[in-house]
Design a binder for this molecule. Structure first.
Ligand code: ADP
Ligand code: MG
Length: 682
């Protein structure tokens, strides 16, 4: 994870315990908030701000209003009920215009924080209007006196806290610490100041404005400045990393001579799209370049990345190098294995498979149909002429026992299913091989510039011609009988279907559909059409035979978990029903939907969601409206954040305090331009 802070001065790196009034107990509380140094403290971002210069009159409050009021406690008390098992503490505030009831459920200890006659601020949402009531408001005592200018008559910061750490105390500490340390926040990039400060405040001012803004808009300016610094630091590090890589790594000459690519394209059965051709040109240039290729190939589901990968592999093979291709699931590795063998073996190129359960180079051909000639071994005996090969596999390629000599090119399919470290692990199997990573999760531009900032980007922005349309519908479970009827019609007319459920086994007490439980029901409902079951707990062999039967149209419907999300390619399957669709992310649903619409027939994706929650219905509607993977990914990023969009596997997402990948595209772009003007780090 790259550091995202510009280097702080030594004074800012002192521990918080160096501050007056911060003893071991406070330091431990701060540690729980991730605050260790004085810099951490001064970059502790307020959760929100309270404008304590103007208050709503209690009399004007309506139900549902979020409000900040200032009033005096006129009465308070705890009531208990259910033999003292439950309690309610109520406090009545009066601001001269009306009274506001504040209630805390089952927190009788709240009583000791207040006294009648005391003045307090209360922030919360009006729940009832007769009488005006707020449940669990955030409160703070009004204490006029020497610290008045810190808490009162200004926009006051409200910080995230931890148990035992009082809001007012923290505000005073930050105020005092700012007085002493604000000037330590020197401009981290003096050479850029002339371009930054006309728009955004200097860093030191930004830190002050973050805590004590003169206007609410200032708090936003402050955040943007601090976020910009993080993005510049990241871009600076990415540039340095890239330069070090270029200095160290010499590229293997892998551009080939077309003697395999030409016959491959001739027998492929289709012409590459303009986008595929353009991307291949970019790849060929890299493979013949001075530095090893580090390229991300991004193309929506079904855009034909596999054929591009095959051409890239052939270029390296033509040049006398071996190639490794890694896929995230055994099903996908097997599918690639089958395709690539069909394509490459006629050209005299060996294709090997290495998954957790199969290894064609050692088991003497158990992975092959009987009767085919044995493939050349990856490590030929010294006497035989060297032969090159493509080795396809899953994570099994990462194990220590797997070795591939003379590795020229590493291809990683569906790379978002792997972590950055796994990518590096495979690359390290060779001496700076070229790297092509492919993904169908369209990466919103913000992430492209941060997470993948050290990769060059190629985009296939065009689908092959002759694809049937995919139409998407969001339906609630009450419509299921109709959906089933439609499904049977489709199967009767010769099409095939995927039925996707979130789980393998029913653990949530029936609310979430699980494939094991529904299998018998679905089988009966779709007879005489045949249904098969596919999920991650099947042995690899079983998975492959289930897929083979589905591909051969021996089974017409596949009841599956999201296991089929990546890569599976069966053009006759035109219908997909996804149950409990609200449990999937948008990008994931888009991937799933990418399994259909691969042939000439019109396809249908039906998302079943019984979520009573209208928000989750609205969320799914994005999929009804568009099949543009980029728009969907942007929506997913906004709704769920980068971690979810990229999946659990994705490590290497930089940690930002202020940067927000959901909204800071402009800053990230600007940071990239600015960082280009910085001297290179050693
Ligand atoms: P993805 O980019 O999702 O990996 P695939 O490589 O699996 O897509 O390709 C999807 C389907 O489109 C495959 O059946 C493939 O053979 C076919 N295909 C790829 N390129 C073309 C093309 N230029 N013209 C027609 N069909 C193509
Ligand atoms: Mg693919």
């Amino acid at each position: 994870m790259p550091p995202t802070d510009p280097a702080p001065t030594p004074a800012l790196r002192r521990p918080v315990s160096a501050l007056w009034k911060v003893g071991p107990e406070r330091a431990a509380q701060f540690a729980r908030l991730g605050i260790h140094t004085i810099e951490d403290l001064l970059l502790h971002q307020p959760r929100r701000y309270e404008d304590r210069r103007q208050f709503r009159a209690i009399r004007e409050l309506r139900q549902g209003d979020a409000c900040l009021v200032r009033g005096a406690v006129v009465a308070m008390g705890v009531k208990t009920y259910r033999q003292g098992a439950k309690s309610i503490f109520e406090l009545i505030l009066d601001d001269g215009s009306a009274r506001l009831h504040c209630r805390w459920w089952n927190q009788p200890f709240m009583e000791k924080y207040f006294t009648v006659g005391q003045e307090v601020f209360a922030f919360g949402k009006v729940k009832e209007s007769k009488p005006r009531t707020v449940d669990h408001p955030e409160t703070e005592a009004v204490v006029p006196g020497e610290e008045e200018n810190i808490h009162l008559n200004r926009i006051a910061p409200v910080y995230p806290l931890t148990e035992g750490l009082p809001q007012r105390w923290l505000r005073v500490l930050i105020w005092r610490t700012l007085e002493l340390y604000e000037r330590e926040f020197v401009e981290p990039w003096p050479e850029l100041a002339a371009r930054i400060t006309p728009v955004l405040p200097p860093r030191a001012n930004a830190v002050r404005m973050l805590h004590f803004p003169a206007a609410l808009a200032d708090a936003d300016l402050a955040r943007r400045r601090l976020a910009l610094d993080e993005f510049i630091a990241l871009q600076r590090d990415l540039r340095a990393r890239r330069r070090r890589f270029h200095e160290r790594a010499e590229a293997l000459p892998c551009r080939g001579d077309n003697r395999l690519v030409r016959p491959f394209l001739a027998q492929l059965g289709f012409t590459l799209t303009a986008a595929q051709t353009r991307v291949l040109r970019e790849i060929r240039q890299d493979l013949g370049g001075a530095h090893p290729m580090r390229r991300l190939l991004q193309g929506d589901v079904g855009s034909g990345k596999t054929a591009v990968a095959a051409c890239a592999a052939l270029m390296a093979l033509e040049s006398g190098f071996n190639v490794a291709l890694m896929a995230p699931t055994e099903i996908l590795a097997e599918q690639h294995y089958r395709n690539f063998r069909g394509w490459l073996e006629p050209l005299g190129v060996g294709v090997e498979l290495q998954t957790g359960s199969r290894k064609t180079s050692e088991d003497g051909g158990s992975g092959r149909e009987a009767g085919t000639a044995p493939l050349p071994s990856l490590l030929p005996p010294p006497s035989s002429p060297p032969s090159t090969a493509l080795c396809i596999g899953t994570h099994a390629l990462l194990t220590g026992s797997f070795a591939l000599e003379n590795l020229g090119l590493v291809i990683i399919d569906e790379q978002h299913k792997f972590g950055v470290s796994q990518r590096e692990q495979l690359v390290r199997k060779g001496r700076y091989p070229h790297l092509l990573v492919m993904t169908a999760t369209p990466i919103p531009r913000t992430l492209g510039l941060t997470l993948y900032g050290d990769l060059d980007l190629s985009v296939i922005d065009e689908l092959p011609p002759g694809r049937g349309r995919v139409r998407t519908f969001v339906r609630d479970a009450a419509k299921l009988p109709k959906v089933w009827e439609f499904l049977r019609d489709q199967l009767a007319s010769g099409r095939q279907a995927y039925l996707v459920y979130p789980r393998v086994e029913d653990t949530a007490g029936g609310a979430t559909k699980a494939v094991l439980k529904e299998f018998e029901i679905v089988k009966a409902a779709l007879a005489p059409h045949r249904v098969a079951l596919l999920h991650g707990r099947l042995a690899a062999r079983e998975k492959e035979s289930v897929m083979a039967a589905f591909r051969a149209n021996t089974t017409q419907a596949l009841l599956a978990t999201s296991l089929i999300e990546v890569g599976v390619d069966v053009p006759n399957a035109t219908l997909m029903v996804i149950e409990n669709a609200e449990q999937f992310g948008l990008a994931q649903l888009h991937q799933l939907r990418g399994r259909i619409g691969r042939g000439a027939h019109e396809s249908y994706c039906i998302l079943i969601s019984d979520a009573a929650n209208p928000e989750s219905r609205a969320r799914l509607q994005v999929l009804e409206e568009t099949t543009d993977g980029f728009r969907i990914a942007e929506a997913d990023l906004l709704q769920r954040g980068p971690g979810e969009l990229l999946g659990q596997q994705q490590s290497g997402l930089p940690a930002f305090r202020f940067g927000d990948l959901r909204q800071d595209f402009d800053l990230i772009k600007q940071a990239k331009e600015l960082a280009a003007g910085l001297p290179l780090l050693p």
